[in-house]
Design a binder for this molecule. Structure first.
Ligand SMILES: NC(=O)c1ccc[n+]([C@@H]2O[C@H](COP(=O)([O-])OP(=O)(O)OC[C@H]3O[C@@H](n4cnc5c(N)ncnc54)[C@H](O)[C@@H]3O)[C@@H](O)[C@H]2O)c1
Length: 316
């Protein structure tokens, strides 16, 4: 049985990861709840193989505490992740990707632990290559509104790679493309919760731009399986994980309206600054080296997510 830190474990992805890891490991979930919720892990709190520690990964107290506890593996999922959140918390986002990432790498170094860091498709910026392969270096505005997130993640990839080169730390880097599912916040501003909550309330679905921008959406259980496969693999270079089934935002809005049986209309708003026009992962590396692929199709995944949001609509 391994002892595993999941930093950001009370968030959307981190909590699903804790659910899977705790089946065979001792899991320590560390979260400062800046964008996460204890509710996401409340079903795990009575599990003797699960610990929850409310702490900021950027703090000295966090490093001091965990330098004294033997750790085998670390998943670094800790960062505000939705545009609404990182625009509200730009400095905290930059600190999580820099100071927080360094603290976790130092823990990996002293414990000889393997560390997986959650990077993002946003490091490709508004991509000039399509679909995006791991070799593509990206097209990022370093001072735009999204730069606090994009550049924090680029820095995190750089410092993680430096710890491999300089200190031989065992690293894994995952570039996650849009992922959705239960435990997303209805109000987190990402397109899936936005559209579903608007459709459930009978409000117009808001499309930024003309609806021709594309995205691809991965269901959370597929993503979590990919994270664990990458951690267990010997691949120490970045790997894209996401669902390569690309759709325009307009097609996606129509799919949600039909699954909710909603009579909502569509409201077009001006495109958001630096919003990537296209996004679709090339997942051939993950398929070949991890034997990983997506299993949940969009309709199945969205239906499960709608059921979850129906249960939350009067809570959030
Ligand atoms: N969901 C996606 O589609 C997606 C896509 C690309 C990358 N990612 C990455 O995956 C990770 C998880 O994303 P998510 O969608 O679950 O977001 P989330 O906001 O639900 O979860 C992030 C968690 O990290 C915690 N956190 C943030 N800063 C912290 C700090 N300094 N110390 C301790 N805890 C901190 C938050 O409280 C939250 O619980 C993030 O690193 C994100 O950048 C997610």
């Amino acid at each position: 049985m391994k002892t595993i830190i999941v930093a950001g474990g009370a968030g959307f992805l981190g909590s699903h990861l804790c659910d899977e890891l705790v089946k065979e490991n001792k899991v320590i979930c560390v979260d400062n709840l800046i964008t996460g919720f204890k509710d996401n892990i409340k079903h795990l709190l009575s599990n003797r193989y699960f610990d929850y520690v409310q702490m900021d990964i950027c703090s000295k107290e966090f490093f001091d505490k965990f330098s004294k506890i033997k750790i085998d593996r670390i998943y670094n999922m800790a960062s505000p992740a939705s545009p609404v959140d990182y625009v509200e918390y730009p400095i905290e986002t930059l600190m999580a990707g820099s100071m927080g990432a360094k603290n976790l790498l130092d823990l990996a170094l002293i414990h000889k632990a393997r560390i997986l860091v959650a990077s993002t498709s946003e490091i490709y910026g508004d991509p000039l290559e399509h679909p995006q392969k791991e070799e593509y270096w990206g097209n990022v505005n370093p001072i735009g509104v999204r730069s606090c997130y994009d550049e924090a993640k680029r820095f995190m990839e750089a410092i993680t790679s430096a710890y491999k080169r300089k200190h031989n730390v065992s690293i894994r880097i995952v570039r996650i493309f849009n992922t959705y599912g239960p435990r997303m916040r209805l109000t987190d501003g990402r397109v899936v919760p936005n559209f579903i909550s608007q459709a459930l309330k009978g409000e117009p679905l808001t499309i930024y731009g003309d609806g021709s921008y594309t995205r691809s959406f991965c269901y959370v259980s597929d993503l979590v399986a990919g994270l664990m496969a990458l951690m267990d693999s010997d691949v120490d270079t970045p790997v894209n994980l996401g669902n390569p089934e690309e759709r325009t935002i307009l097609e996606f809005a129509k799919t949600i309206m039909s699954l909710v049986s909603s009579k909502s209309s569509i409201k077009y708003m001006p495109a958001l600054p630096d919003d990537p026009k296209k996004r679709c992962p090339d997942i051939s590396k993950a398929k070949k080296l991890l034997g990983w692929n997506t299993r949940i199709d969009l309709k199945t995944g969205i239906s499960k997510t709608i059921d979850y949001f129906k249960s939350r609509i009067n809570v959030d």
